[in-house]
Design a protein around this ligand. Structure first.
Ligand code: TNX
Length: 524
């Protein structure tokens, strides 16, 4: 075994130099993967990459050697499945450390890495591929990198069995921001559990760690609340355009939460209030505070609904809703919306946000709200999501709050690419693929980087009603936002990114993602 491994590694080394030097003379070889780790098309771009030439041969003898730790082993199984999907190889996982060559090692280390929980390192030589991190989430992020550098094509001619060559070198990586999210509005149009899972799978490939679900709005209430069943029976029964709507049962919601967790992503639930509450108030009219007779709404206007903010029973209701959702949510955050409450008096709005913040905290969660919440007397433990108002963002900063960057002009996935886009709105801007990438969350609207928790790209669904339309707006832009959240500013460059993006076609096609073929990209 030892001798055959040595021979195999020699073959790999020789064949790599041979391939590189023969590229121009031999058409069969020209398609083989590059063996320079630096020029791999990794998104988001890692902090540091050193290439050394040569490569690790993944083949039918490769095993995974994993530290004995449940969460690390779960990650090892995830890798095993992805290797099988891509190459057909079955890589056995073991926890003893006997094999020294031809192995992928998943290592837990306590020193030598930055303190960020998602930091990881990959050391690739002809003998072994060693993936190290302090936490399973770091290992998982490293696995996503690894998936991107395992070539699709094997070399079948130079050894007895096919080999997939992974370029040698070292990757040292960690995220710039701890929160890297996307948002999906399942209220204006409902999306199935399967659709949401598909979205999660692709987002996690690009190292997102949060999916914010906008679970309620004027047009629909989308999560079962056992103590208030009409919310979904009545409030979940339609959507924009008058379609059938829908909702997640608590079991289905937990299924989404667990699926996300297995991808090291959290689900951030949002119940939007006191505005954007028509669906709730139609279900339980005592909640309504706009003084009008109301009915189910299937249009797209905003700002006409409000809860009655001065009734105790309204807070009893909200307490129940937060309790039931918090019990299903491992995420530390609960999003209360708080945007565009145009028919709530200013004093009532402030009174409301102050009270609801306390309820969220009583259920053990940190409150997030759209930037308007910074006009209330909120704690510095609450988080403001900047979408439109610089003044609100500055108030949030003055209160010592953390801010999630989602400026509509740059980061809204529901904005059209250009005037020809099939779906989307353009009230904030047209956002072509380069504009989506070419801005700096690190220094936008004078918000200091110390206050920035991360970035999030919201996808509102007034104009989209199925997964292909969702993907048309989300991709490729969401891939760029992944890089803005993970990669430092010095390491970002549109020209270089554009090439890496062009090479995502293989993955996106394989995942059957209906991305928008932006003419700015030379798609491979
Ligand atoms: C504004 S962004 C809204 C949403 C709409 C979106 C459409 C925000 C906090 N509120 O209610 O869906 O514009 O782009």
């Amino acid at each position: 075994m030892k001798i055959s491994l040595v021979v195999k590694h020699l073959i790999v080394l020789l064949s790599i130099s041979f391939l590189v030097s023969c590229q121009t003379n031999n058409n069969r070889i020209i398609n083989f993967p590059a063996t320079d780790l630096q020029s791999e098309h990794i998104i988001p771009k890692p902090l540091k990459i050193h290439s050394v030439g040569g490569g690790f041969a993944l083949d039918e003898f490769t095993k995974i050697n994993c530290v004995e730790d449940k969460a690390f082993l779960d990650a090892a199984h995830f890798l095993q499945n992805k290797i099988e999907d891509k190459t057909g190889l079955i890589t056995p996982i073991n926890t003893n450390r006997e094999d020294a060559e031809g192995i992928i090692v998943i290592n837990k280390i306590s020193k030598g890495l930055n303190t960020k929980p998602e930091a990881y390192q990959i050391q690739i030589t002809s003998d072994s591929l060693i993936l190290s991190a302090k936490n399973a989430s770091g290992i998982f992020m490293g696995i996503q990198t690894l998936r991107q550098i395992i070539p699709r094509l094997s070399i079948d001619t130079l050894a007895n069995t096919p080999i997939w060559v992974i370029p040698s070198g070292k990757i040292i990586d960690e995220p710039q921001f701890e929160y890297r999210g996307a948002m999906l509005d399942v209220s204006r149009h409902f999306f199935s559990v399967e659709d949401v899972k598909k979205f999660i799978g692709v987002l996690s490939y690009y190292k997102y760690n949060a999916l914010h679900l906008h679970l309620s709005d004027d047009q629909g209430w989308r999560i079962e609340i056992k103590s208030w069943p009409k919310l979904t029976e009545v409030g979940g029964s339609t959507e924009v355009g008058g379609g059938p709507g829908g909702f997640y049962t608590q079991e289905q919601y937990s299924d989404i939460v667990n699926y996300a967790a297995s991808h090291h992503m959290m689900i951030v639930p949002e119940i939007d209030m006191p505005g954007h509450t028509n669906a709730a108030s139609v279900s339980y009219p005592f909640l309504n505070g706009n003084g009008k007779e109301i009915e189910l709404y299937t249009g797209t206007h905003v700002g006409f609904s409000t809860f009655d903010t001065r009734k105790d029973s309204v807070y009893q209701f909200i307490d129940d809703v937060i309790r039931e959702i918090a019990a299903l949510s491992p995420s530390p955050y609960f999003h209360i919306g708080g945007d565009e409450s145009h028919v709530t008096k200013k004093d009532d709005y402030i009174y409301f946000v102050n009270k609801v913040e306390k309820l969220v905290q009583q259920h053990g969660k940190q409150m997030i709200g759209w930037d308007e919440i910074a006009t209330a007397d909120v704690d510095n433990t609450s988080v403001a999501q900047f979408w439109r108002s610089k003044d609100n963002a500055q108030s949030a900063k003055d209160k010592g709050m953390k801010i999630i960057m989602s400026p509509a002009k740059k980061a809204y996935l529901d904005m059209q690419y250009d005037s020809l886009s099939k779906h989307g709105l353009h009230w904030a801007a047209y956002i072509p693929t380069d504009v989506a990438y070419n801005w700096s969350p690190e220094n936008y609207e004078e918000i200091p980087i110390e206050n920035i928790l991360g970035i999030e790209a919201p996808l509102w669904s007034e104009t989209i009603s199925n997964i292909s339309e969702l993907e048309y707006l989300a991709f490729p832009r969401a891939i760029g936002y992944a890089e803005l959240g993970w990669t430092t500013q010095e390491n970002r460059d549109w020209k270089n990114y554009k090439k890496r993006l062009a090479n995502q076609v293989e993955y996106l096609d394989e995942m059957n993602v209906h991305y928008y073929k932006s003419p700015l990209i030379d798609w491979k």
